[in-house]
Design a protein around this ligand. Structure first.
Ligand SMILES: [Zn+2]
Length: 313
């Protein structure tokens, strides 16, 4: 698949991950003084693009110091094993709760196969390669790592998943947020700005923790957020307020759902909710456009909310 990337300044490059469709998932290359790090990895299908971009930038594989999946969901970490094989000096930096899944991916494979089915798993993820535990560094809250004279600060950021970290980059005044600061597909941006969607992917949605995490992400007063879905958004404060509202609105949707068939009720309520939000955002999407861009995410959101309901019910 063809290399596609965007230079975002501050030594940061956004790389198209080739996951399901263009502009769905990306990962980031961060550079400084002859060293580099990758933040999120995409899947095995992303690895050729990463290697080609390194070559294009004159970076040898051994100059990559860290591979940093924000969490172990496979659109973020699925390519980590194969990348670690290609990048001989790299260490894997991962949330302490995610580390064992990177060294033994059996549970990730079982979990993702349960959500997506075997055929889709094979197409989207292929074979997950276990990572040598000796090459893994657990990213505890507050851990600072240095990449060619620049510092990245790891933050423990539960809400979307308990194994999620975000990374604060003082140089760009940007935060790498994985899925914690929502999804904003470029196709849905209008003159009102990006359209935000809160991804409550199974199985660890935690509304209280997520509220706290969003506030915490704003503490260093970031000027931009580097989302995995998709690319960077500026002026995060009003977007954070929107995400806070969505957490509460999703919880209210779950409370109203018929407990005997929760998935169906939650799914159709989420469809209505986001269709209305799109209209309010000035986004004219026809039925097909909506289905192509959002139906899968909303299905995953409904699954995650159903799991949360059953855990708390
Ligand atoms: Zn994701």
């Amino acid at each position: 698949m063809k290399l596609s990337y965007r230079d975002l300044g501050h030594g940061i490059t956004c790389i198209e991950a080739h996951f399901q469709r263009p502009n769905l998932a990306c990962c980031y290359l961060l550079e400084g003084d002859g060293e580099a790090a990758l933040i999120d990895t995409g899947t095995n299908n992303t690895v050729p693009s990463v290697m080609e971009l390194l070559e294009h930038k004159g970076l040898a594989p051994h100059q990559v110091k860290y591979v940093i999946p924000t969490h172990v969901h496979l659109d973020h970490a699925g390519g980590a094993g194969e990348l670690m094989e290609r990048l001989p000096e790299a260490r894997l930096l991962i949330h302490p709760f995610g580390a064992r899944h990177m060294t033994d991916p059996a549970k990730l494979i079982a979990g993702a196969t349960a959500v997506y089915g075997e055929a889709q798993f094979e197409r989207d993820y292929g074979t997950l390669i276990p990572i040598d535990p000796a090459r893994v560094t657990e990213a505890g809250d507050g851990l600072e790592v240095e990449i060619g004279g620049r510092t990245l600060v790891c933050l423990d950021t539960p809400g979307h998943a308990r194994h999620h970290i975000c990374l604060w980059d003082p140089r760009s005044r940007g935060m790498f947020t994985g899925d914690t600061f929502g999804i904003a597909y470029p196709e849905l941006a209008t003159e009102r700005g990006p359209f935000m969607l809160l991804p409550t992917t199974p199985v660890q949605f935690d509304p209280e923790a997520w509220h706290q995490t969003i506030d915490r992400l704003l503490e260093p007063q970031p000027e931009r957020m580097y989302l995995t879905h998709y690319c960077s958004v500026e002026n995060p404060a009003p977007l954070a307020a929107w995400l806070h509202r969505q957490i509460d609105d999703y919880v209210a949707i779950v409370a109203r759902a018929d407990p005997t068939t929760p998935y169906a009720g939650i799914y159709s309520a989420l469809l209505d909710y986001h269709r209305e939000a799109l209209r309010n955002h000035g986004c004219a999407l026809d039925r097909k456009g909506f289905d192509d861009l959002l139906a899968m995410d909303i299905g995953l959101c409904a699954q995650g909310l159903e799991v949360w309901l059953q855990r708390n019910g």
